[in-house]
Design a protein around this ligand. Sequence first.
Ligand SMILES: *[C@@H]1O[C@H](CO)[C@@H](O)[C@H](O)[C@H]1NC(C)=O
Ligand SMILES: *[C@@H]1O[C@H](CO)[C@@H](O)[C@H](O)[C@H]1NC(C)=O
Ligand SMILES: *[C@@H]1O[C@H](CO)[C@@H](O)[C@H](O)[C@H]1NC(C)=O
Length: 525
Amino acid sequence: MDSLQIFPFLRTIVLASLISIAYSQCPIYTHYANTRHEPFSNGTWSLSSMRPVQSCRSFYSEDVEKTIERMSNVIIDPDLFRLFENSWPSTLDTTVAWRGLSKPIEASAEGGKAEESAELSFVITGDIEAMWLRDSANQLQAYVSLLKADGGKDKDSLASLFRGAINLQARYILGDPFCNAFQAPDESGIPRHSSQNSDTISPSYDYYRVFSCQWELDSVASFLQLSNDYFTATGDWEFFGKHNWTRAVTKVLDITHAMTIDSYGEDGTWQHTPYTYCAPYGGTPINDCNGSPHRGNIGLVRSFQRPSDDSCIYQYLIPSNMMYSVALNSSSFIMSKLEDQKQDLTTRMRTMSTSIRNGIETYGVVQDPKYGRIYAYEVDGFGSAILMDDPNVPSLLSAPFLGYVPMSDKVYKNTRRKILSRDNPYYAWGPVLTGVASMHTRPGKPWPMANIMTILTSDDDDEIVRNLRWLLQSTDGLGVMHESVDAHNAASWSRQWFSWANGLFGQAILDIEKRKPHLLKMGYQ
Ligand SMILES: *[C@@H]1O[C@H](CO)[C@@H](O)[C@H](O)[C@H]1NC(C)=O
Ligand SMILES: *[C@@H]1O[C@H](CO)[C@@H](O)[C@H](O)[C@H]1NC(C)=O
Ligand SMILES: *[C@@H]1O[C@H](CO)[C@@H](O)[C@H](O)[C@H]1NC(C)=O
């Protein structure tokens, strides 16, 4: 998700190209979000105004504006409202880098099928000008509650923005199914720069089409999640029959099945996975760029990297398998509408969803001496397990949010108690912010995203209030969500423009409004 640290030499190129997409008279948001702007909120934290002026926003939705207006009367605390007002619309305000139509394809004499032009939306992650499958799906999820069953045909509707992202993700997956982040589509005319770096990845890819090619199971799960979010809200299954969706899902099934491979063949030969990755400075994944040995065919799917884009220690990443199992099952209902008699793909999706769930429950649960039966973060199928959590979603903390288990599930509750304690090796605490940190930004720096996820998976008023207070006091006066914040120094944080975390904060506030409205009626001064 944040590649600036993985490919530091790209930073200049990325910033240079951001200038090219900025509307000529608008400030460059990556700079804008680095400083405070008046009027400040009228509370202890005196938070900056962070929305660009209307003419500089990248997408306009009347429903979003109306919701912000409504929430100004729902949220009593001036600082908390400011945090919502800045954060929730961030994706629409700043990251819809391009929208348009694909070139129609004419039927060819050789039997190639005609395709009418398709909506396309290129949604960048924020301070990096590339579209992550994971980030863009989650960035848009912040607005799912506003999608409507009708009224979605309009080309300027939120529904159109969703369809454009689904079409573009399908194209990306068909071209480079193992990759996680992509460059602007040809049709946009946005200048692209080579993403070449010194990682050794097989299969190879085009540096002008792909921004980074890390095999992360949750990337393809995000495509299915986004599809299902759109379908559930609109009921519009016909859309999925128009372009490349079915082919993309078939590709996803094929490659994820291929990544269930055992490290050893029947006769004991060492087998390579269809994707291999070696970082330039040694380290993981070891063994000819395959990572640790894994027992294969146990239902679980291998992932080389975590949603933080850091290497897995063991490749059966349990949260990603949870997310993929749920997403396969839920999007299988779209497929069942598209398939007539033989429900081949629908059946494949459901069968795989079930076998992953069985794999998680058999190999992904371990006995902890203090907390009892808990979910492991990563396992290898031989009995080795990593017991921790990472703030990026999918995380173990987010399992109920993803729809894998209810909040009341016994094993989840045990796991959650451990994750949110000093018994999680990545837990970080201090006067500024307390929560889950990531190897991506080093221990000792909790990620606001994990505090937001704590809120979204909590039924405990005190816990929700505590986390809201931490979030309010840890923005360095800027009034937006950062990637990580030093637990002991609010002025030391990473990523000034991180739209996914911003949107997720808005989602959490809208969720509190539904579940616990009294918590928005109180002061946080
Ligand atoms: C700011 O808050 C103070 C104290 O609650 C209040 O007296 C004042 O009217 C507020 N100012 C504005 C501009 O809302
Ligand atoms: C659908 O796939 C075909 C073949 O891979 C490709 O040429 C076309 O551009 C894709 N459509 C869209 C809308 O991306
Ligand atoms: C798939 O969804 C159906 C309907 O919600 C549910 O009954 C079933 O248990 C789910 N299967 C899996 C493997 O999660």
